[in-house]
Design a protein around this ligand. Structure first.
Ligand SMILES: Nc1nc2c(ncn2[C@@H]2O[C@H](COP(=O)(O)OP(=O)(O)OP(=O)(O)O)[C@@H](O)[C@H]2O)c(=O)[nH]1
Length: 215
């Protein structure tokens, strides 16, 4: 029995069976890829949903906290300073009360748009609560104090003036804005936000006093 080969030559039926198995495997691979793509897209949209303010469609407080922590760490590494502005709309409750909640919503959307349009490279804006917004960004030129004052001035300018609320026009005097610089080694976003919040309240108090004095 020497030299006799036992290798079987595949027949047409075997080849067809192999082709069917192969086609099934490819089909399953494509299905898995499609499923992964759907999951990826759903993950992205849930993430965007969790980080976006539903009214103004700009980033929300959660997004701000994570971006601010990242920006503080970057600034620390590069030896740079960050400017941060805490913005609180004065008399917003009165706008709601006088013109209605929808007009109040339109005002918030307009403010968010104006802040977004005023951003410079590397700046970030978020609506962190009812009538509160935060803007931060790197000090790009000049001294930190001059940069902080310039940012405050720019934000104050764009958020004051005439607004179309749909039901009426509003001549708005502008919000209270507290602006601070990050300090070297400051990595805790809560501390920077607290300082900016304090600065904002100091301005709000002095504005309210002036209003009372002016009658
Ligand atoms: N239209 C509208 N109003 C909101 C929204 N979220 C919060 N508010 C209202 O915003 C108002 C915020 O209250 P305050 O900050 O005390 O109002 P304020 O008149 O700006 O007070 P000051 O900051 O002291 O000037 C409340 O009346 C809330 O009901 C919103 O999404 N849309």
């Amino acid at each position: 029995m020497c030299g006799a080969s036992t290798t079987r030559v595949p027949e047409a039926a075997d080849a067809r069976r192999l082709m069917r198995v192969f086609a099934k495997l490819i089909g399953r691979h494509i299905e898995r890829e499609q499923l992964l793509e759907t999951l990826r897209r759903e993950h992205d949209s849930y993430r965007a949903f969790a980080l976006t303010d539903p009214l103004t469609l700009i980033p929300n407080r959660r997004a701000m906290v994570s971006e601010l922590n990242r920006a503080l760490a970057n600034a620390e590494r590069r030896g740079e300073v960050l400017h941060l502005a805490f913005i609180d709309l004065d008399g917003f409750k009165q706008i709601n009360d006088a013109y209605g909640h929808d007009a109040g919503d339109r005002f918030l959307i307009a403010i968010a748009e104006k802040l977004q349009n005023a951003l410079r490279g590397g700046d970030f804006v978020a609506r962190i609560g009812g009538d509160e917004f935060v803007v931060f960004g790197p000090c790009s030129s000049g001294t930190p104090d001059a940069g902080r004052a310039a940012m405050r001035e720019r934000l104050s300018e764009v958020t004051s003036g005439t607004f179309d609320l749909g039901v009426a026009g509003l001549d708005y005097a502008g919000p209270s804005i507290g602006a601070v610089n990050s300090s070297p080694g400051e990595r805790d976003c809560a501390a920077v936000l607290a300082r900016a919040d304090e600065a904002m309240y100091a301005i709000k108090r002095s504005r309210n006093r002036r209003r009372v004095v002016n009658g």
